[in-house]
Structure formats: structure tokens, C-alpha cells
Design a protein around this ligand. Structure first.
Ligand SMILES: [Zn+2]
Length: 118
């Protein structure tokens, strides 16, 4: 078997062991760096969204316990798909947490915001 394998970074043929994936250490490093930096971008994006959510909750919940309309949250740019945890009370209420801010849907349109004293 003399199938030519090509380096995924520089497209040069790979010479040497069959399990070799890159032509050189340099190419392997630059591939791994690239992969790491795209992971980083994702992490940064999620972190930014969480931070934004957190600031929105904080700004709408100055007293530590407030009711706010869903439309208000959306208008501020709140993203309901990102949170840091879920807490279910004994009564079955399911709070979503964003760091030390929590929110609970009271109805389709109304949310209870609480300061989560963990
Ligand atoms: Zn290469």
C-alpha cells in the first residue's frame, strides 16, 4: 500500500510512520493551535452571552426580588438558552440561575427575578 497521505495543514505528502497525521511538528502545532483558538471563540461567545444575561437580570432586579415581563427581557437582549444552573424547589418551581441571579416563569409573559443567596 503506497497511498499518499497529505498533511491537513500544508497539503504536503506525509513521509514516515503510518500513524503520522502531519508532515512536521510545526504543522501539528499550528493545527492544534487553530483548533484551540476556535474552542476559545465558542467559550468566549457563551461567556459573553452569560455576562450579558447576568447584567440584564441585575439591572432589572435591583431590589433582589422583582417581577418583569418576558418581552422586557427579550427587548434588553436576554437569551433564554444560556444559564449557569437550574434549581428546583421542594414545591417543584424550577428556577434558572445565571450566577447569583435567578428567574422563574410565573406565566407565559411574567417572570420572577430573585437574587440567589447561595
Ligand atoms: Zn504540513
Amino acid at each position: 500500500m503506497s497511498e499518499k497521505r497529505l498533511c491537513p495543514v500544508c497539503k504536503d505528502p506525509i513521509i514516515g510512520r503510518i500513524d503520522k497525521k502531519f508532515c512536521s511538528d510545526q504543522c501539528r502545532n499550528s493545527f492544534n493551535n487553530r483548533r484551540y483558538s476556535s474552542d476559545n471563540t465558542l467559550v468566549q461567545k457563551v461567556n459573553r452571552t452569560l455576562k450579558k444575561n447576568y447584567h440584564i437580570l441585575q439591572s432589572l432586579n435591583k431590589s433582589g426580588k422583582s417581577k418583569v415581563k418576558r418581552s422586557k427581557l427579550l427587548q434588553e437582549g436576554f437569551d433564554f438558552s444560556y444559564f449557569t444552573g437550574i434549581y428546583t424547589t421542594q414545591k417543584g418551581a424550577c428556577y434558572h440561575l445565571c450566577y447569583d441571579q435567578g428567574y422563574l416563569p410565573l406565566s407565559d409573559e411574567l417572570y420572577l427575578l430573585i437574587y440567589w443567596d447561595a
